[in-house]
Structure formats: structure tokens, C-alpha cells
Design a protein around this ligand. Structure first.
Ligand code: B16
Ligand code: MG
Length: 217
């Protein structure tokens, strides 16, 4: 059967979460706000605007719209400086092989990312051509856990939501996949991602037999 396999980007295909972390931490600290790994976890899959709103909330700070825009632009520049140094070596383990395998099996493949920088990152790691559809932060108006990004992906692939499988590293993303009625596969920590239908540390733990099962069901 032809299924739709939808991949999140940050934290699933590449570990750009560490670059987001560095840039957000610098921003928070410059405002005198503490920023830890736990807080970073809550920003995964969350849009840029919403992320800054949350940080300001945690620090009990309010700033003008102008300052808000300036900080967001600055954060993105810092983040992109890291991104522009990326290459294929930064692909997470067995991601390229998994995409390759699904392609061989004639499965439909989409990207479903909240990032407005998604296309730039895919170019850096030379993966653009592997996707039948790319849905990113420039295509959606509602952030995960809203299912919009994945529903647009399913539509673009012309596959019913219930025949789609989503790979996600964030709590918000797993929730979005569940709300969309898709199979959710958490990539990461099993306690953090406990709402997912299946959880793996990374793609090295995910066997071909398991992928076959997803295709057959
Ligand atoms: P940008 P994903 C998300 O990407 C990240 O997890 C999240 O931390 C980030 O704030 C968001 O993209 C927006 O990214 O600032 O590049 O537009 O995990 O949905 O691929
Ligand atoms: Mg992610």
C-alpha cells in the first residue's frame, strides 16, 4: 500500500535543536532571563514568534513590538550562521537510509516542519529531492500542536490522513500528528514523547520489518 510518511525537520532529520538552543539562550540571557534545556524542550516544534512570547512570559518581561521584531530577527541571524556551516555530515544516523528505503518501496514522502528555514536546511544537507512535498513554516498559519502542517502535507501527497505516518521529536508535534488522526512516531526520549504511538531513540532502532508493518497496515 502507498502510505504517506511525513518527517519533521529539526530534531528528526538534523539536530538543529542545538543551534536553536544556543541562539535562544543568548537572547534570553541578554534580557536577564535564565534559559535551560528543559525550557528549550518546550520550544521544540513551536514557531519563532510563539517561542519568543514564551521566553518573555517565563522572564515576566514585556517589550515593544519593535524590540520584539528586532530580537526575533537577531535570533534568526545567529541561528542561520550555524545553519550555513552545515553539510550532509549533520544528518542524524540512518535518516538518509530510511528515506532511501521508503522511496524504493514506492512510498510518498513529505516534510512537515514549523521552520521557515526548512528549505535552506534541506539544501545544505542535500536532501531536497527526496521529498514529494515540502510543507514548512511559510505554508502554515497555525502552529503545532495544531495539525495544520501535517494535514496540508497529506493533501499535497494525496494520501488520507489515516494512511499517514509522522516522525516527530517534539511533544507539540506528536500531539499534532495524533489530532490529525495519523500514526505518530516519536524520535527521542520515551518519557518526554509518551503520547506517541511508537517511540524510538533514533532511526538506527527502527527496523525495515517495522517500516514494512507500517506500509502493510
Ligand atoms: P524557524 P520543526 C521547528 O522546526 C523547531 O523545532 C522550533 O524550535 C523552531 O522554533 C521552529 O521550527 C521555527 O523555526 O525559526 O527556523 O522558522 O521541529 O517543526 O522542524
Ligand atoms: Mg522537531
Amino acid at each position: 500500500k502507498r502510505k504517506g510518511f511525513i518527517f519533521d525537520l529539526d530534531g528528526v532529520i538534523v539536530d538543529t535543536a542545538k543551534y536553536h538552543f544556543l541562539a535562544w539562550r543568548n537572547l534570553a540571557n541578554s534580557l536577564g532571563i535564565d534559559f535551560t534545556e528543559e525550557e528549550n524542550e518546550q520550544l521544540k516544534g513551536v514557531s519563532r514568534v510563539r517561542s519568543l512570547e514564551k521566553i518573555l512570559d517565563w522572564g515576566n518581561k514585556s517589550i515593544s513590538q519593535e524590540e520584539f521584531d528586532r530580537l526575533m530577527a537577531h535570533k534568526n541571524e545567529e541561528y542561520l550562521a550555524h545553519v550555513d556551516r552545515m553539510d550532509e555530515d549533520e544528518l542524524l544516523p540512518k535518516v538518509a537510509e530510511t528515506l532511501e528505503y521508503l522511496k524504493e518501496q514506492n512510498q510518498a514522502i513529505a516534510l512537515g516542519s514549523a521552520s521557515k528555514n526548512a528549505r535552506r536546511i534541506l539544501e545544505k544537507v542535500d536532501l531536497t529531492d527526496q521529498f514529494d512535498a515540502i510543507v514548512d513554516g511559510t505554508d502554515v498559519s497555525k502552529a503545532k500542536p495544531d495539525p495544520e502542517v501535517f494535514l496540508i502535507g497529506a493533501k499535497a501527497l494525496d494520501i488520507k490522513p489515516e494512511d499517514c505516518i509522522v516522525f516527530e521529536d517534539s511533544v507539540a508535534g506528536v500531539q499534532a500528528a495524533n489530532i490529525a488522526g495519523m500514526v505518530s512516531i516519536g524520535i527521542g526520549d520515551k518519557y518526554v514523547l509518551h503520547e506517541a504511538d511508537h517511540i524510538f531513540r533514533d532511526f538506527t532502532e527502527l527496523s525495515k520489518d517495522f517500516l514494512q508493518e507500517l506500509i502493510r497496515k
